[in-house]
Ligand binder design. Structure first.
Ligand code: GAL
Length: 411
C-alpha cells in the first residue's frame, strides 16, 4: 500500500511538469466551431430564422461538420456562446435555455450532437451577468456546473464580465473545482487574463492549473487589422505567455474568422498558419453551411492541422522582424521546425524571402542537411538543403509562407 501511494505521488508530481489542469483534456489545442464572431447575439428568430442563436443553428452546423469533412479533419466541438439562455433562471434557480429558440432544451441538443460523434460546448459568466446581459453564474457555480454536466456538455467557455477584477482568480478556480466535482470531462475555457491585464500581470502558472485555455487579448473581429493586432499583442507578450503553454493548457488568441467577409485569401492563410504556429485552439466562427471552397480547403489542410496538433505541444513565437517580414517558428516533435514568414508590406506584389543563416538563425538545423516542405501558399516538396543552399520563398502582401524543416542525419 505504502509503495502504491509513493508511486501515485511520483506520478502526480513528475508526470505533469508544468502543472497543467489535471483533467486530461485538451492535450493538443481544442478544435471546433464557436458561434460568437459570426453570429454574435442574434436572437431575432422571427426575422432571421436561418442565422439566429437557436438549436437549429447548432444542429445544422453539426450535420455539416460530419458531411463536409470537418469532423474528419479534427474539428470536434460545436460551441454555443452568449445569448442562448432565458433571461430568468427557473423556479429551482437553474439556468434554462430560451424556450422559444431552444424548444427541445440543451440536453436534447447535446444528445443530438453526440449522436453525430461530436461534442457540445456552452457559455456562462463568472459574474452577475454575461457580457450580453443574460444571467451570470455568481453564487451558482456548483449548481451551474452540475446543470452543464447533467445536460451532457463537454466544454464550458466561462466569461469574466460583471465581476470585480480582484475576484477573478477565486471565481475561475472555484468554477474549475465545481466542474471537476461533477465527474464529467468538461474542457474549461477561461477569459481570466483578458480581464486581469488592465490591472496587473496575471499569474500564468496559477491559471494554467485551473484552465484548459485562456483568452489573453481583445475579441477577434472579421478584419485584417484585428488579426494583426492579436498577433502583435502575442509577440509583445511572448516571453510571459509562451513558456506556460503545453499539453492541457493553451493561450487562446480567439476564433478563426476564415471563411467570412473581412480577410483576403492571403490574410486567411496568414491567420491559419499563425494560429497553428501559436498552438492556439482552432475554433472557427463562420457559416459552415455556406463557405467558399478555398476557405474550406485551407481550414481542412491536414499539413497545417498537424502542425497545430503537434504532440510536443510547444507554442511557437516570433523570432525576427526583417525588412517588413515577420518570422515565426514553432519547435515540433522529432527536432522538426515549423516556420512561418509573413509579408507585412501591404503594397506591390509578392516579395522574396531568402532562407539563409543570416535571415534565419535556426537554419542551422540544416547541418549537415535538412528536408524542406512548403505548406503555404501551396504544397511543394522543396527537397534536401544544406546550410549554404540558396532557397527563396515568394510571399504575397499580407500573406504567409508556411514551411516545415526536418533535420537529416547523413549516414
Ligand atoms: C466577450 C467575449 C466574447 C464573447 C462575448 C459574448 O466578452 O470575449 O468572446 O463571448 O463576450 O457576450
Amino acid at each position: 500500500m505504502g509503495a502504491f501511494v509513493l508511486l501515485l505521488f511520483f506520478f502526480c508530481v513528475f508526470d505533469n511538469p508544468v502543472g497543467s489542469l489535471d483533467n486530461g483534456l485538451s492535450l493538443t489545442p481544442t478544435m471546433g466551431w464557436l458561434h460568437w464572431e459570426r453570429f454574435m447575439c442574434n436572437i431575432d428568430c422571427d426575422s432571421d430564422p436561418h442565422n439566429c442563436i437557436s438549436e437549429n443553428l447548432y444542429m445544422q452546423m453539426a450535420n455539416v461538420m460530419v458531411t463536409e469533412g470537418w469532423k474528419e479533419a479534427g474539428y470536434e466541438y460545436i460551441c454555443i456562446d452568449d445569448c442562448w439562455s432565458s433571461h430568468q433562471r427557473d423556479a429551482q434557480g437553474l439556468l434554462q435555455a430560451d424556450p422559444k429558440r431552444f424548444p427541445s432544451g440543451i440536453k436534447k441538443l447535446a444528445d443530438y450532437v453526440h449522436s453525430k460523434g461530436l461534442m457540445l460546448g456552452i457559455y456562462a459568466d463568472l459574474g452577475t451577468e454575461t457580457c450580453g446581459g443574460f444571467p451570470g453564474s455568481l453564487g451558482y457555480y456548483d449548481i451551474d456546473a452540475q446543470t452543464f454536466a447533467d445536460w451532457g456538455v463537454d466544454l464550458l467557455k466561462f466569461d469574466g464580465c460583471y465581476m470585480k477584477w480582484n475576484l477573478l482568480g477565486e471565481g475561475y478556480t472555484n468554477m474549475s473545482i465545481a466542474l471537476n466535482k461533477t465527474g464529467r470531462s468538461i474542457v474549461y475555457s477561461c477569459e481570466w487574463p483578458l480581464y486581469e491585464w488592465p490591472y496587473h500581470q496575471p499569474d500564468y502558472h496559477a491559471l494554467r492549473k485551473v484552465c484548459n485555455h485562456w483568452r489573453n487579448s481583445v475579441d477577434v473581429e472579421d478584419s485584417w487589422a484585428s488579426v494583426k493586432n492579436i498577433l502583435e499583442w502575442t509577440a509583445d507578450h511572448q516571453n510571459i505567455i509562451v513558456p506556460v503553454a503545453g499539453p492541457g493548457g493553451w493561450n487562446d488568441p480567439d476564433m478563426l474568422v476564415i471563411g467570412n467577409f473581412g480577410l483576403s485569401h492571403d490574410q486567411q492563410e496568414s491567420q491559419m498558419a499563425l494560429w497553428a504556429i501559436m498552438a492556439s485552439p482552432l475554433l472557427m466562427s463562420n457559416d459552415l453551411r455556406d463557405i467558399c471552397p478555398r476557405a474550406k480547403e485551407l481550414l481542412q489542410n491536414r499539413h497545417i492541422i498537424s502542425i497545430s496538433q503537434d504532440p510536443l505541444g510547444k507554442q511557437g513565437y516570433r523570432t525576427a522582424k526583417v525588412n517588413n517580414f515577420e518570422v515565426w517558428e514553432r519547435p515540433l516533435t522529432g527536432g522538426q521546425l515549423a516556420l512561418a514568414v509573413m509579408n507585412k508590406y501591404e503594397a506591390g506584389g509578392p516579395r522574396h524571402f531568402p532562407l539563409t543563416l543570416a535571415t534565419l538563425p535556426s537554419w542551422k538545423i540544416c547541418t549537415p542537411e535538412c528536408n524542406v516542405t512548403q505548406i503555404l501558399p501551396s504544397y511543394k516538396e522543396l527537397g534536401v538543403h544544406t546550410l549554404f543552399s540558396q532557397l527563396v520563398v515568394a510571399i504575397n502582401p499580407s500573406g504567409t509562407a508556411l514551411l516545415s524543416i526536418t533535420p537529416m542525419k547523413v549516414e
